[in-house]
Write a protein that binds this ligand. Structure first.
Ligand SMILES: Cc1cc2nc3c(=O)[nH]c(=O)nc-3n(C[C@H](O)[C@H](O)[C@H](O)COP(=O)(O)OP(=O)(O)OC[C@H]3O[C@@H](n4cnc5c(N)ncnc54)[C@H](O)[C@@H]3O)c2cc1C
Length: 424
């Protein structure tokens, strides 16, 4: 039976939500509740039956459900309460939630501290304004993944995939395993948008062609997709006349980006970062509204689940302290900013006292690829604070630079720390 008041409430039971609930419990919080709209705990991992999860955290190469199960079991062993098949409809700045479910109707739950871990949703055809007719057979790659891996049916036989995101590349391999023909993957950018390891293991190993700087000009078909017309684009993403090609297919999958799910964050009055589409957070993943924390893909789109879990741990510790009235109030904070070739940086605010205690990882994405040895550096007032050598830098792979506790002294009195990625 769910109560109406909890110390910490977590919305979403993916790896971000599970890790934060576990850590809140381990840090002395009596009552922790996870609310999940799906009928099972685990989030998106439940449909990711391929391996590649946990390489950093466990030094093991696990399928998604196995990775999730470790945390589900731990949360249940720690007696975290769960409310499944229940959707949070509304959140207020004073941490009240309105939840709806078939069994319980509308329920109001008050939290001392709240953690948002709602993940992402996929960009759809409407959001990228794909021209052509509107036949059946145009799906997002994640929808197709759920059908094939969880519900057990194939969405088509002959595919074109638009976008070189990780879900699209993983689905290209999965559909090939199931006997489908994947004609090609098209990417509008001049570089890959997902991980290189997925390009090698999912496309190259199966001879699935990738065409960079190409897009779909038109979808052809009446009741069902019959073909797509593709076209090459120039550096300003304009179609190049004369490069059109008709590719017969019955299904077009879209892997054209993820959008953090922040409707609840907006309702709660949380300030969002236009660069990440997620909340502006400090190094404990506390948002601009005191007592509301965020973790995982809802903050920014991660490439590896291991970093989502670590962000969840941090948010869980912060929320536990807040709920017990022990979270220190920040006295000196400094902003982070993306400089040369850095699209965004998370966290956007650093508390110097927190930095002095335990160090802080700064995570960022490169704007453009550097396919040769590179540096990532942190600079403040024209002075380099620290730097790290990278073998390369690619927009599809997150870059981390760790600030050490002793860097807190170098940063005192500064307003901003700027991150740059450049050739070595
Ligand atoms: C197809 C795919 C393949 C991937 N492959 C890999 C890989 O090989 N290796 C790797 O390391 N990482 C991989 N990742 C990345 C990794 O899985 C994600 O980064 C991670 O799962 C994100 O976790 P999360 O907790 O932020 O969100 P999610 O796992 O998306 O969980 C969010 C949860 O919140 C729930 N929710 C949302 N809104 C509400 C609401 N209002 N009320 C109640 N519940 C709500 C959702 O139902 C969902 O269960 C992959 C991701 C995808 C999508």
């Amino acid at each position: 039976m769910t109560k109406n008041e909890y110390d910490v409430v977590v919305v979403g039971s993916g790896p971000g939500g599970l890790a934060s609930a576990i850590e809140a419990k381990k840090n002395g919080t009596e009552d922790v509740l996870i609310i999940e709209r799906d009928t099972e705990l685990g989030g998106i991992l439940l449909q990711c039956i391929h391996n590649g999860f946990g390489v950093e955290l466990f030094k093991e190469d696990l399928p998604g459900p196995s990775y999730a199960q470790r945390f589900i079991q731990e949360a249940l062993d720690l007696k975290v309460d769960t409310l499944l098949d229940s959707m949070v409809l509304e959140a207020t700045p004073d941490r009240r939630l309105f939840v709806t479910s078939r069994k319980g109707g509308i329920q109001e739950i008050q939290a001392k501290a709240l953690i948002f871990a709602m993940g992402c949703r996929e960009r759809t055809r409407a959001q990228i304004r794909l021209p052509g007719t509107r036949p059946a057979g145009v799906y997002t790659a994640g929808t197709a993944q759920r059908w094939v891996n969880v519900e057990g049916f194939m969405p088509g036989k002959r595919f074109v995939i638009l976008g070189s995101g990780d879900i699209g590349m993983i689905m290209a391999r999965r559909l090939t395993f199931e006997g489908a023909k994947v004609e090609r993957v098209l990417e509008i950018m001049p570089f890959l948008s997902g991980l290189m390891r997925n390009y090698v293991q999912c496309l190259q190993d199966f001879d699935i062609p990738l065409q960079l700087q190409h897009t779909v000009k038109r979808i052809i078909g009446d009741r069902r997709v019959e073909a797509v017309e593709t076209v090459a684009v120039d550096e300003r993403f304009q179609p190049i006349d004369g490069t059109e090609e008709i590719i017969p297919c019955d299904t077009l999958l879209l892997s054209v980006g993820l959008i953090p799910e922040n409707e609840l964050s907006r309702q709660a009055g949380i300030t969002l970062d236009p660069l990440t589409s997620g909340p502006i957070v400090d190094s404990r993943f506390q948002t601009s509204v005191p007592g509301i924390f965020s973790a995982g893909n809802v903050v920014h789109v991660y490439d590896l689940v291991d970093w989502v879990t670590q962000a969840g741990f941090e948010a869980g510790r912060g929320a536990a302290l807040y709920a017990q009235g022990k979270l220190p109030v920040s006295t000196s904070t400094i902003q982070t900013a993306g400089g040369d070739n850095v699209r965004y940086v998370v966290p956007q605010r650093i508390d110097l006292e927190a930095l002095a205690q335990s160090g802080i990882p700064l995570q960022m994405r490169a704007r453009l690829p550097i396919e040769e040895p590179a540096w990532v550096e942190a600079v403040t007032n024209g002075q380099q604070i620290t730097r790290r050598a990278l073998p390369y830098a690619r927009p599809g792979e997150m870059v981390t630079l760790n600030l050490r506790p002793d860097h807190a002294d170098d940063l005192r009195g500064a307003d901003t720390i700027t991150l740059n990625i450049m050739k070595r």
